[in-house]
Design a protein around this ligand. Sequence first.
Ligand SMILES: [Zn+2]
Ligand SMILES: [Zn+2]
Length: 130
Amino acid sequence: MNERLVGGCKCGAVRYSGSRADVPMFRCHCRDCQQLTGSGHSDMVPLDAASFSMSDGSKTYEMAGGSGRSTFSGFCPNCGAQLTRRSERSPDRIYVHAASLDDPSVYKPAKSIYADCAQPWDNAVVATRD
Ligand SMILES: [Zn+2]
Ligand SMILES: [Zn+2]
């Protein structure tokens, strides 16, 4: 059984838990992540969607992903913290923002995606091994 991770928003209104999906943690530098986080990238931890549960009260923002299919950003409407990301392209997964975990130190990014979109001041691109 994969490690169970718990987390939530800044104000405590929204809490979640779920099991780690067996795929690498990553850092995303795409323009959506820049605009949604107000920073250079998102730090994402993939969880198994079937194992995921979140308390009531979160809101979802839907946007068109790069593939033309929808992507969903889950956040707390009270404090504004971003918690989750979901895509129609990978319905088995739900990605949580690493710093929303109760123990953010478990985050170990294995790669960057959309590294070509990284801002020149964002020097956090993780080198890919291939
Ligand atoms: Zn909150
Ligand atoms: Zn992104």
